[in-house]
Design a protein around this ligand. Structure first.
Ligand code: PLP
Length: 407
Protein backbone atom coordinates (compact mmCIF):
# COMPACT_ATOMS: atom_id res chain seq x y z
CA UNK A 1 0.00 0.00 0.00
CA UNK A 2 1.27 3.49 -0.87
CA UNK A 3 0.82 5.69 2.17
CA UNK A 4 -0.11 9.28 1.39
CA UNK A 5 1.40 10.40 4.67
CA UNK A 6 4.14 9.00 6.89
CA UNK A 7 2.95 6.66 9.59
CA UNK A 8 4.08 7.86 12.99
CA UNK A 9 3.75 4.79 15.21
CA UNK A 10 5.01 1.22 15.45
CA UNK A 11 1.53 -0.36 15.56
CA UNK A 12 0.39 1.45 12.39
CA UNK A 13 3.56 0.25 10.67
CA UNK A 14 3.24 -3.31 11.97
CA UNK A 15 -0.39 -3.47 10.79
CA UNK A 16 -0.22 -1.66 7.43
CA UNK A 17 3.23 -2.20 5.90
CA UNK A 18 2.45 -5.54 4.26
CA UNK A 19 -0.99 -4.50 3.06
CA UNK A 20 -0.11 -5.17 -0.55
CA UNK A 21 -2.64 -5.47 -3.33
CA UNK A 22 -3.22 -8.94 -4.69
CA UNK A 23 -5.26 -10.26 -7.60
CA UNK A 24 -8.13 -11.55 -5.46
CA UNK A 25 -8.37 -8.48 -3.21
CA UNK A 26 -7.68 -10.67 -0.17
CA UNK A 27 -7.55 -8.51 2.95
CA UNK A 28 -4.45 -10.32 4.27
CA UNK A 29 -1.46 -11.44 2.23
CA UNK A 30 -2.45 -15.06 1.39
CA UNK A 31 -0.40 -18.13 2.26
CA UNK A 32 1.35 -18.83 -1.03
CA UNK A 33 1.76 -22.58 -0.52
CA UNK A 34 3.70 -23.12 -3.70
CA UNK A 35 7.23 -24.25 -4.38
CA UNK A 36 7.54 -22.59 -7.77
CA UNK A 37 6.09 -19.74 -9.86
CA UNK A 38 4.88 -20.03 -13.46
CA UNK A 39 6.15 -17.99 -16.38
CA UNK A 40 4.07 -17.34 -19.50
CA UNK A 41 6.93 -17.58 -21.99
CA UNK A 42 10.59 -18.44 -22.29
CA UNK A 43 11.28 -14.72 -22.60
CA UNK A 44 9.49 -13.97 -19.30
CA UNK A 45 11.44 -16.76 -17.60
CA UNK A 46 14.70 -15.27 -18.84
CA UNK A 47 13.72 -11.80 -17.63
CA UNK A 48 13.00 -13.15 -14.13
CA UNK A 49 16.35 -14.88 -13.90
CA UNK A 50 18.23 -11.89 -15.22
CA UNK A 51 16.36 -9.68 -12.72
CA UNK A 52 14.44 -7.20 -14.89
CA UNK A 53 11.16 -8.97 -13.93
CA UNK A 54 10.95 -9.00 -10.12
CA UNK A 55 8.25 -11.71 -9.89
CA UNK A 56 9.20 -14.68 -7.69
CA UNK A 57 10.79 -17.74 -9.28
CA UNK A 58 11.17 -20.49 -6.68
CA UNK A 59 10.25 -20.41 -2.98
CA UNK A 60 13.78 -21.18 -1.70
CA UNK A 61 14.65 -17.82 -3.28
CA UNK A 62 11.62 -15.96 -1.94
CA UNK A 63 7.83 -16.05 -1.75
CA UNK A 64 5.13 -13.33 -1.51
CA UNK A 65 4.11 -14.48 1.99
CA UNK A 66 7.72 -14.18 3.16
CA UNK A 67 7.96 -10.80 1.51
CA UNK A 68 5.02 -9.44 3.53
CA UNK A 69 6.71 -10.41 6.81
CA UNK A 70 10.14 -9.24 5.59
CA UNK A 71 8.85 -5.79 4.65
CA UNK A 72 7.13 -5.41 8.01
CA UNK A 73 10.23 -6.36 10.03
CA UNK A 74 12.43 -4.09 7.89
CA UNK A 75 9.99 -1.22 8.48
CA UNK A 76 9.99 -1.84 12.23
CA UNK A 77 13.78 -2.06 12.56
CA UNK A 78 14.28 1.11 10.49
CA UNK A 79 11.39 3.09 11.99
CA UNK A 80 12.45 6.72 12.46
CA UNK A 81 16.10 6.05 11.53
CA UNK A 82 18.21 7.87 8.92
CA UNK A 83 21.15 6.63 6.87
CA UNK A 84 24.53 8.40 6.62
CA UNK A 85 23.22 10.83 3.99
CA UNK A 86 20.17 11.77 6.06
CA UNK A 87 17.62 9.77 4.05
CA UNK A 88 15.19 7.28 5.61
CA UNK A 89 17.17 4.14 6.38
CA UNK A 90 16.46 1.31 3.94
CA UNK A 91 16.86 -2.25 5.17
CA UNK A 92 16.60 -5.59 3.43
CA UNK A 93 15.25 -8.58 5.38
CA UNK A 94 15.52 -12.28 4.56
CA UNK A 95 13.10 -14.62 6.29
CA UNK A 96 14.57 -17.93 7.48
CA UNK A 97 13.28 -21.20 8.88
CA UNK A 98 14.75 -20.44 12.32
CA UNK A 99 16.88 -17.97 14.24
CA UNK A 100 19.74 -20.45 13.91
CA UNK A 101 19.36 -20.48 10.10
CA UNK A 102 19.38 -16.65 9.99
CA UNK A 103 22.51 -16.61 12.15
CA UNK A 104 24.19 -19.23 9.95
CA UNK A 105 23.62 -17.12 6.83
CA UNK A 106 24.83 -14.04 8.72
CA UNK A 107 28.08 -15.62 9.91
CA UNK A 108 28.97 -17.65 6.82
CA UNK A 109 28.29 -14.80 4.38
CA UNK A 110 30.68 -12.56 6.33
CA UNK A 111 33.44 -14.88 7.56
CA UNK A 112 35.86 -17.29 5.97
CA UNK A 113 38.52 -19.70 7.19
CA UNK A 114 41.27 -17.75 8.99
CA UNK A 115 38.94 -14.96 10.20
CA UNK A 116 38.07 -14.53 13.86
CA UNK A 117 34.80 -13.53 15.50
CA UNK A 118 34.64 -11.69 18.83
CA UNK A 119 31.63 -12.11 21.10
CA UNK A 120 30.46 -11.75 24.67
CA UNK A 121 30.50 -14.67 27.10
CA UNK A 122 26.82 -14.66 27.96
CA UNK A 123 25.15 -15.97 24.80
CA UNK A 124 22.13 -17.97 23.71
CA UNK A 125 23.07 -21.68 23.99
CA UNK A 126 22.48 -22.33 20.27
CA UNK A 127 24.71 -19.38 19.32
CA UNK A 128 27.49 -20.67 21.56
CA UNK A 129 27.27 -24.11 19.94
CA UNK A 130 27.04 -22.72 16.41
CA UNK A 131 30.26 -20.77 17.05
CA UNK A 132 32.19 -23.62 18.67
CA UNK A 133 30.84 -26.65 16.78
CA UNK A 134 30.18 -25.31 13.27
CA UNK A 135 32.17 -22.11 12.67
CA UNK A 136 35.27 -23.38 14.51
CA UNK A 137 35.13 -26.47 12.29
CA UNK A 138 35.18 -24.23 9.24
CA UNK A 139 38.48 -22.68 10.38
CA UNK A 140 36.97 -19.59 12.01
CA UNK A 141 38.50 -18.59 15.34
CA UNK A 142 36.13 -17.81 18.23
CA UNK A 143 37.24 -15.20 20.76
CA UNK A 144 35.01 -14.66 23.78
CA UNK A 145 35.56 -11.69 26.09
CA UNK A 146 33.66 -9.50 28.52
CA UNK A 147 32.28 -6.91 26.10
CA UNK A 148 30.94 -4.84 28.99
CA UNK A 149 34.51 -3.68 29.55
CA UNK A 150 35.30 -1.36 26.63
CA UNK A 151 39.07 -1.44 27.30
CA UNK A 152 38.97 -5.20 26.89
CA UNK A 153 37.07 -4.74 23.59
CA UNK A 154 39.72 -2.34 22.25
CA UNK A 155 42.68 -4.40 23.48
CA UNK A 156 41.26 -7.68 22.17
CA UNK A 157 40.64 -6.29 18.69
CA UNK A 158 44.07 -4.61 18.66
CA UNK A 159 45.79 -7.84 19.67
CA UNK A 160 43.90 -10.03 17.17
CA UNK A 161 44.11 -8.54 13.70
CA UNK A 162 42.07 -11.44 12.28
CA UNK A 163 38.90 -10.33 14.12
CA UNK A 164 36.56 -9.45 11.31
CA UNK A 165 33.21 -9.48 13.05
CA UNK A 166 31.90 -8.54 16.50
CA UNK A 167 28.69 -10.29 17.50
CA UNK A 168 26.53 -8.74 20.20
CA UNK A 169 23.56 -10.25 22.03
CA UNK A 170 21.88 -7.77 24.35
CA UNK A 171 20.14 -8.33 26.69
CA UNK A 172 21.82 -11.71 26.86
CA UNK A 173 20.34 -14.97 27.88
CA UNK A 174 19.74 -15.85 30.71
CA UNK A 175 21.48 -13.38 33.05
CA UNK A 176 20.18 -10.30 31.19
CA UNK A 177 23.65 -8.82 30.82
CA UNK A 178 23.59 -5.82 28.49
CA UNK A 179 26.45 -4.50 26.40
CA UNK A 180 26.70 -0.99 25.00
CA UNK A 181 25.85 -1.29 21.29
CA UNK A 182 26.88 2.28 20.45
CA UNK A 183 30.26 2.18 22.24
CA UNK A 184 31.23 -1.26 20.93
CA UNK A 185 30.22 -0.34 17.37
CA UNK A 186 32.37 2.80 17.57
CA UNK A 187 35.41 0.77 18.60
CA UNK A 188 34.75 -2.02 16.08
CA UNK A 189 34.42 0.51 13.25
CA UNK A 190 37.86 2.01 14.05
CA UNK A 191 39.24 -1.42 13.14
CA UNK A 192 36.87 -1.96 10.17
CA UNK A 193 35.04 -4.82 11.87
CA UNK A 194 31.52 -5.86 10.93
CA UNK A 195 29.03 -5.56 13.82
CA UNK A 196 26.11 -7.98 14.12
CA UNK A 197 23.37 -7.91 16.76
CA UNK A 198 20.97 -10.58 18.00
CA UNK A 199 17.94 -8.42 18.83
CA UNK A 200 15.62 -11.31 19.77
CA UNK A 201 15.10 -10.42 23.44
CA UNK A 202 14.42 -6.73 22.81
CA UNK A 203 12.48 -6.68 19.49
CA UNK A 204 12.61 -3.50 17.36
CA UNK A 205 9.94 -2.01 19.61
CA UNK A 206 12.35 -1.83 22.56
CA UNK A 207 15.72 -1.46 20.80
CA UNK A 208 16.90 -0.49 17.30
CA UNK A 209 20.58 -1.44 16.85
CA UNK A 210 20.80 0.15 13.36
CA UNK A 211 20.55 3.51 15.15
CA UNK A 212 24.15 2.95 16.31
CA UNK A 213 25.60 2.02 12.94
CA UNK A 214 25.64 -1.78 13.21
CA UNK A 215 25.73 -3.76 9.94
CA UNK A 216 23.37 -6.69 10.54
CA UNK A 217 20.56 -7.53 12.95
CA UNK A 218 19.04 -10.96 13.36
CA UNK A 219 16.07 -12.28 15.31
CA UNK A 220 14.65 -15.56 16.30
CA UNK A 221 11.11 -14.60 15.19
CA UNK A 222 10.00 -17.69 17.16
CA UNK A 223 9.96 -15.46 20.23
CA UNK A 224 8.35 -12.02 20.70
CA UNK A 225 7.89 -11.16 17.00
CA UNK A 226 5.58 -14.14 16.43
CA UNK A 227 4.48 -13.85 20.03
CA UNK A 228 2.11 -16.79 20.14
CA UNK A 229 4.47 -19.73 19.92
CA UNK A 230 2.97 -20.97 16.65
CA UNK A 231 6.12 -21.32 14.52
CA UNK A 232 9.91 -21.45 14.53
CA UNK A 233 11.43 -18.70 12.39
CA UNK A 234 14.27 -16.25 11.97
CA UNK A 235 15.14 -13.12 10.09
CA UNK A 236 18.37 -11.49 8.95
CA UNK A 237 18.38 -7.75 8.22
CA UNK A 238 21.13 -5.71 6.57
CA UNK A 239 21.54 -2.02 5.76
CA UNK A 240 23.72 -2.60 2.71
CA UNK A 241 20.82 -3.53 0.42
CA UNK A 242 23.11 -4.21 -2.55
CA UNK A 243 25.17 -6.68 -0.49
CA UNK A 244 21.98 -8.29 0.92
CA UNK A 245 20.73 -8.80 -2.64
CA UNK A 246 24.01 -10.30 -3.90
CA UNK A 247 26.52 -11.90 -1.51
CA UNK A 248 24.20 -12.51 1.46
CA UNK A 249 21.40 -13.66 -0.86
CA UNK A 250 23.78 -16.20 -2.43
CA UNK A 251 24.45 -17.79 0.97
CA UNK A 252 20.73 -17.64 1.86
CA UNK A 253 19.61 -19.54 -1.23
CA UNK A 254 22.53 -22.00 -1.21
CA UNK A 255 22.28 -22.89 2.49
CA UNK A 256 18.53 -23.40 1.94
CA UNK A 257 17.37 -22.02 5.28
CA UNK A 258 14.27 -20.31 3.87
CA UNK A 259 11.02 -19.95 5.84
CA UNK A 260 7.70 -21.61 5.01
CA UNK A 261 4.70 -19.63 3.77
CA UNK A 262 2.48 -20.92 6.59
CA UNK A 263 4.98 -19.82 9.25
CA UNK A 264 5.46 -16.45 7.53
CA UNK A 265 1.70 -15.87 7.62
CA UNK A 266 1.55 -16.67 11.34
CA UNK A 267 4.47 -14.31 11.93
CA UNK A 268 2.84 -11.46 9.99
CA UNK A 269 -0.32 -11.84 12.05
CA UNK A 270 1.58 -12.00 15.32
CA UNK A 271 3.57 -8.85 14.62
CA UNK A 272 0.46 -6.69 14.31
CA UNK A 273 0.09 -6.67 18.09
CA UNK A 274 3.81 -6.29 18.86
CA UNK A 275 3.49 -2.90 20.57
CA UNK A 276 0.45 -3.88 22.64
CA UNK A 277 2.03 -7.13 23.70
CA UNK A 278 5.44 -5.64 24.53
CA UNK A 279 3.87 -2.90 26.65
CA UNK A 280 1.93 -5.48 28.67
CA UNK A 281 4.84 -7.97 28.79
CA UNK A 282 7.15 -5.27 30.20
CA UNK A 283 4.59 -3.86 32.64
CA UNK A 284 3.97 -7.36 34.04
CA UNK A 285 7.72 -8.16 34.11
CA UNK A 286 8.49 -5.11 36.24
CA UNK A 287 5.79 -6.11 38.75
CA UNK A 288 6.99 -9.72 38.81
CA UNK A 289 10.66 -8.70 39.28
CA UNK A 290 9.74 -6.38 42.14
CA UNK A 291 7.64 -9.12 43.76
CA UNK A 292 10.43 -11.70 43.46
CA UNK A 293 13.11 -9.34 44.71
CA UNK A 294 11.14 -8.76 47.92
CA UNK A 295 10.23 -12.43 48.45
CA UNK A 296 11.99 -14.13 51.38
CA UNK A 297 12.53 -17.40 49.42
CA UNK A 298 14.47 -15.63 46.65
CA UNK A 299 18.23 -15.12 46.75
CA UNK A 300 18.79 -13.09 43.60
CA UNK A 301 16.84 -11.65 40.64
CA UNK A 302 18.51 -10.79 37.30
CA UNK A 303 16.30 -8.18 35.63
CA UNK A 304 17.65 -5.05 34.01
CA UNK A 305 14.65 -3.04 35.20
CA UNK A 306 15.95 -3.37 38.76
CA UNK A 307 18.55 -0.84 39.91
CA UNK A 308 20.48 -3.73 41.49
CA UNK A 309 21.30 -5.17 38.03
CA UNK A 310 24.87 -4.19 37.06
CA UNK A 311 23.76 -3.21 33.53
CA UNK A 312 20.76 -1.12 34.58
CA UNK A 313 22.29 2.06 33.11
CA UNK A 314 23.21 0.55 29.72
CA UNK A 315 19.75 -0.96 29.43
CA UNK A 316 18.16 2.41 30.20
CA UNK A 317 20.38 4.06 27.56
CA UNK A 318 19.47 1.82 24.64
CA UNK A 319 16.12 0.22 25.45
CA UNK A 320 12.63 1.71 25.72
CA UNK A 321 11.72 -0.75 28.52
CA UNK A 322 13.85 -3.49 30.13
CA UNK A 323 12.03 -6.35 28.38
CA UNK A 324 10.10 -9.33 29.70
CA UNK A 325 12.73 -11.98 30.42
CA UNK A 326 14.44 -12.43 33.77
CA UNK A 327 16.16 -15.10 35.79
CA UNK A 328 16.29 -15.74 39.50
CA UNK A 329 17.71 -18.04 42.11
CA UNK A 330 15.98 -19.53 45.12
CA UNK A 331 17.69 -19.53 48.51
CA UNK A 332 17.63 -23.33 48.61
CA UNK A 333 19.22 -23.67 45.15
CA UNK A 334 18.47 -26.51 42.76
CA UNK A 335 16.22 -28.51 45.11
CA UNK A 336 14.06 -25.48 45.88
CA UNK A 337 14.01 -24.55 42.21
CA UNK A 338 12.76 -27.96 41.13
CA UNK A 339 10.01 -27.91 43.76
CA UNK A 340 8.99 -24.41 42.70
CA UNK A 341 8.76 -25.41 39.00
CA UNK A 342 6.69 -28.49 39.87
CA UNK A 343 4.32 -26.44 42.06
CA UNK A 344 3.31 -24.00 39.32
CA UNK A 345 -0.36 -24.22 38.36
CA UNK A 346 -0.85 -21.58 35.64
CA UNK A 347 2.59 -20.61 34.29
CA UNK A 348 3.83 -22.91 31.54
CA UNK A 349 6.82 -25.20 32.07
CA UNK A 350 8.66 -24.89 28.75
CA UNK A 351 11.80 -23.52 27.15
CA UNK A 352 11.51 -20.66 24.64
CA UNK A 353 10.33 -17.16 25.47
CA UNK A 354 8.27 -14.29 24.16
CA UNK A 355 4.91 -16.06 24.00
CA UNK A 356 1.68 -14.62 25.39
CA UNK A 357 1.82 -17.08 28.27
CA UNK A 358 4.42 -16.98 31.03
CA UNK A 359 7.13 -19.59 30.38
CA UNK A 360 9.46 -20.98 33.01
CA UNK A 361 12.56 -23.09 32.37
CA UNK A 362 15.78 -24.24 34.01
CA UNK A 363 18.84 -23.17 31.94
CA UNK A 364 21.43 -25.50 33.55
CA UNK A 365 19.48 -28.65 32.62
CA UNK A 366 17.77 -27.33 29.47
CA UNK A 367 18.94 -24.44 27.21
CA UNK A 368 22.53 -24.42 28.50
CA UNK A 369 22.89 -28.17 29.13
CA UNK A 370 25.64 -28.45 26.50
CA UNK A 371 27.68 -25.52 27.85
CA UNK A 372 30.49 -26.92 30.08
CA UNK A 373 29.71 -26.45 33.78
CA UNK A 374 32.77 -24.35 34.57
CA UNK A 375 31.85 -22.00 31.69
CA UNK A 376 28.22 -21.89 32.84
CA UNK A 377 29.22 -20.89 36.36
CA UNK A 378 31.56 -18.21 35.02
CA UNK A 379 28.60 -16.77 33.08
CA UNK A 380 26.38 -16.78 36.19
CA UNK A 381 24.28 -19.77 35.10
CA UNK A 382 24.20 -21.59 38.42
CA UNK A 383 22.48 -24.93 38.97
CA UNK A 384 19.59 -23.24 40.76
CA UNK A 385 18.95 -20.46 38.23
CA UNK A 386 15.39 -20.29 36.85
CA UNK A 387 14.50 -18.36 33.70
CA UNK A 388 11.15 -16.73 33.25
CA UNK A 389 9.57 -15.09 30.22
CA UNK A 390 6.73 -13.05 31.65
CA UNK A 391 3.53 -13.31 29.61
CA UNK A 392 0.60 -10.97 29.09
CA UNK A 393 -1.82 -12.73 31.46
CA UNK A 394 -3.50 -10.60 34.13
CA UNK A 395 -0.59 -9.86 36.39
CA UNK A 396 -2.32 -10.82 39.64
CA UNK A 397 -2.71 -14.37 38.39
CA UNK A 398 1.01 -14.60 37.59
CA UNK A 399 1.89 -13.22 41.02
CA UNK A 400 -0.58 -15.55 42.78
CA UNK A 401 0.82 -18.57 40.93
CA UNK A 402 4.42 -17.65 41.83
CA UNK A 403 3.44 -16.94 45.42
CA UNK A 404 1.71 -20.29 45.95
CA UNK A 405 4.55 -22.16 44.19
CA UNK A 406 7.15 -20.51 46.44
CA UNK A 407 5.37 -21.57 49.67
C1 PLP B 1 15.79 -18.70 20.37
C2 PLP B 1 16.96 -17.88 20.14
C3 PLP B 1 17.82 -18.09 19.05
C4 PLP B 1 17.64 -19.26 18.11
O1 PLP B 1 16.43 -19.16 17.42
P1 PLP B 1 15.58 -20.41 16.87
O2 PLP B 1 14.40 -19.76 16.27
O3 PLP B 1 15.27 -21.30 18.02
O4 PLP B 1 16.45 -21.10 15.87
C5 PLP B 1 18.89 -17.23 18.89
N1 PLP B 1 19.12 -16.21 19.74
C6 PLP B 1 18.32 -15.97 20.79
C7 PLP B 1 18.64 -14.83 21.69
C8 PLP B 1 17.22 -16.79 21.04
O5 PLP B 1 16.44 -16.55 22.10
Amino acid sequence: MKNKFSLTGISSIAIHTAHNNNDSYAHLTPIYATSTFVFDSAQQGMERFEGSDKTQIYTRWGNPTFKAAEETIAALESFGLKDESGNNLQLKALLHSSGQAAMTTMFLSNLKSGDAVLSHYSLYGGTYELLYKVLANAGIKIIIADLRDLNIVTETIKKNSTIKLVHIETPANPTMQCVDIEAITKIAKQFDCIVTVDNTFATPYLQQPFKYGVDFVMHSTTKFLNGHGTAIGGVLLGKNVEQMNTNVWKWYVLLGGNASAFDAFLLSNGMKTLELRMERHCENAMKVATFLEQHTAIKKVNYTGLKTHPDYAICLKQMKHPGAVMSFELKDGLIGGKKFIDNLQMCTRAVSLGTVDTLISHPASMTHYSVPKEDRLKYGITDGLIRMSVGIENCNDILNDLDQALK
